[in-house]
Write a protein that binds this ligand. Structure first.
Ligand SMILES: Nc1ncnc2c1ncn2[C@@H]1O[C@H](COP(=O)(O)OP(=O)(O)OP(=O)(O)O)[C@@H](O)[C@H]1O
Ligand SMILES: [Mg+2]
Length: 185
């Protein structure tokens, strides 16, 4: 079974320790809520657990492991099937200019068939309630709309472990409840 693990991990930026001696294990079917005051390091920890440091600037004292392998060394397309992350700031998330192209791009990296990609895009857009944004340009979307696109993208990836950084901050109450049920399922 998939297991994501940190063992006595310290995380630094520019020689300043942000998080110290973090040990935890995460497996599919767990539901973990990470809480703490602003600036305490929640996003930093999630980014580390998604295997994105040192690429995104943080320095780790230990490897984060995914199934006993260093997660940072696993190829992005393999890693994406196991662990996906929704960033707090959506501008960190996107590679393409248009919503549909962005979703296709991230799913193509998973080597799916065209039919499967289309199916996943349709259901992710409808789950998040943004079918109407499908053909829009990302640069003209509002902050809330961008975050919903990022959420749809993360869900469409279908990873075994999904890490959501403030996923409900901009989702209206009606879709919030639907999303909670969806995530639970
Ligand atoms: N790339 C970076 N370079 C330097 N410092 C950073 C970097 N990323 C985060 N930090 C610092 O690390 C600390 C923790 O930031 P982080 O974003 O993890 O907090 P957070 O708990 O997610 O806060 P919030 O609830 O406001 O989202 C902050 O002091 C932040 O300025
Ligand atoms: Mg944060």
């Amino acid at each position: 079974m998939t297991e994501l693990k940190a063992n006595h991990l310290d995380i630094k930026f520019d020689d300043e320790i942000i998080l110290e001696d973090i040990s935890l294990e995460i497996r599919p079917e767990q539901f973990i809520l990470l809480v703490g005051s602003s600036g305490c390091g929640k996003s930093t920890l999630m980014t580390a657990l998604a295997g994105l440091y040192p690429k995104y600037g943080g320095e780790l004292s230990q490897e984060v492991s995914l199934n006993h392998q260093s997660i940072a060394q696993i190829k992005a397309n393999h890693r994406a099937k196991k662990v996906a992350m929704l960033f707090q700031h959506p501008d960190q998330q996107f590679a393409m200019d248009r919503v549909e192209d962005e979703l296709v791009f991230s799913l193509e990296n998973l080597s799916l068939t065209t039919e499967e990609i289309d199916k996943r895009i349709n259901s992710a857009l409808s789950e998040v309630g943004i079918e109407s944004l499908r053909h829009r340009e990302l640069s003209y979307l509002s902050g809330g709309e961008l975050q919903k696109v990022a959420l749809a993208e993360t869900l469409a990836m279908g990873a075994e472990i999904i890490s959501l950084d403030e996923p409900f901050a901009v989702v209206d109450p009606e879709h919030r409840q639907e999303l909670q049920i969806l995530l639970k399922n």
